[in-house]
Write a protein that binds this ligand. Sequence first.
Ligand code: ADP
Ligand code: MG
Length: 660
Amino acid sequence: MDIGALKGIGPKTEKIFKNTGIMTTDDLISYYPFRYDVIKRSDISKLLDDDKIIIDGLVETRPNVFFFNKKMNKMSFKINIGTHLINVVIFNRGYLKNKIDIATKLTLIGRYDKMKNTIVASEIRFGMLPNIPVIEPIYHQIGSITSNQIRMFINNINDFSVIEYVPDYLKEKYKLIDKKEAIIDIHNPNSELELKKGLAYLKYEELFLFMLRMNSLRLNKKNKIGLKRNVDRALVDKFINGLPFKLTEDQALSVDKIFNDLNSETRMNRLIQGDVGSGKTIVAIIALYINYLSGYEGALMAPTEVLAFQHYNNLKKIFDGYNINIELLSGSLKQKEKKDIYKRLEKKEIDIIVGTHALFSRDVVYNNLGLVITDEQHRFGVNQRSNLKNKGVTPDILYLSATPIPRTYALTIYGDMDVSSIKTMPSGRRNIITYLKKNSEIKDVLSLMYEEIKKGHQIYVIAPLIEESDKIDLENVNKLEEKMTSAFGKVCKIGVMHGKMDSKAKDKVMEEFKNGDISILISTTVIEVGVDVKNATMMVIFDAYRFGLSQLHQLRGRVGRNDIQSYCVLISDRETNRLDVMTKTNDGFKISEEDFKMRGSGDIFGVRQSGDMNFKLADFKADYNILLKARDDTLYLIESKKIENYPKLVKLLDDSINLD
Ligand code: ADP
Ligand code: MG
């Protein structure tokens, strides 16, 4: 059913959904919650400061509302929870003032400030809590459509269709429920057990399809003969020597491997992995050059338009003076321009083509494609439906990944794909010195910041992450802004960025930070991906314990982008293993290893970290044990040829980007 036809959805909402690719009710039902709230009365005596709290009681005093400006107000009152009174503070609900009277029954959800005996509420509900706990799904907001609205719309869906990919015998083996039931359960769990069962099916299916794809790639490769080329190594070395820098040891090693792969008869199927900034791109470019020298076309595929454009510019610059035709196939091109590129590709007038997965849309026919490089493993996505039409040979394949995985795990996940790891960072890069501080040590933090400001450097400050409510996020950002302004307001300009700003306002702040007008940027985690400000040398993260390890690593990676010493300050009153790891190492491989080790420790109600491989529910580190099962199961299916009994799976493999 078209999303616009669903009960409750007007033209405006329809448009927002459709702009994000949710066209039908089936699409909406596969938009999964990223977290759950367990609505159950908190035992206040057991709460720590800043813990999440859910409490009900009777209003004791009439609310006071204080207006900051047109958009912001703060309401406060006292509530009697039976044993004692607590203060309640809630932002931007001034309009409820008249509904809240003495003895009104209320439920409040928020954070508990133990010192002040105050709940900073993000949600207020009329009525008392039910006696049994309620599990409530929380969705990432879509544009202005809130989690609550999404939940309501999903509940309005009467029926939907699914394709169940997991074969029956495996469902039996793991006692998995039907997919349809699983989907209903994760949107509307009646109990923790139901939620677990729902997640079990869906996670397994995701990892099963992923491993099916990986294993089929690997088994296909065995009987695939690739291109034999005869490239003069001296020409390659000449190109490398002409670069503005010397390759690191690991880069040079990767280049050697690629050179041998390309010159040998077996088809190349290699993955290069390394942290962001480790210099994978230049290795890819050298591979493209080798491929060019042997007379074939090369394609470089990036996950986003922005990255594709960046690669394109980079290639243009590096190959300036070489007679190499490079083109960008961008989604924003006019139909006519696209057609023109298609034509030239077919006629072999383009040597290197850069783009998103549009490179593999059905309209594109290559003349003699010799090498395909995919940045950030894009092609592993099982949902990509397209086909590569290549008139020539089977191209060699190179993948780039910024999600480093230690060797032992990589072997499992990538099968016998060849893996090169770039562990050494380009010379001149220094380790980012990482400090762990408590909130009570804020003075130390401010003086560390001041040192950087004095040097003319810039600083990111990440406000506490509270996913349940934009309003609390806003409050945190505002509080921090006050703090920072009182410390640095006279010395430098401070900028603020948060989820409630529209993209124009965000762009403006980002621009001011990039050109150095703003010295301190306070932000929730919405800092755009790919932000690269070389002069930023310090990352300060408040309530760092709330972040996952790879998130912390990624945030820290925004500084240390040149040869100036950079710093990261993690502020947390709670000590965690993760924070320790962060202070001890900068090495993405080690950090990844720790993530694997802590697997299984994530509880089902926790926030999902933004997935490394674009899984919707599974996390290949936390759910590594499921992945191992999926690996064995899919290997068996393919090797025993049993897969032929499952046309759905065969079709899926045929449909995913096919480089064969
Ligand atoms: P990533 O691995 O994240 O793709 P890039 O390839 O974008 O990293 O490299 C990051 C930066 O380091 C780029 O500006 C690049 O020009 C530079 N760089 C790459 N290799 C070296 C090197 N061997 N020496 C110095 N700088 C390098
Ligand atoms: Mg890159």
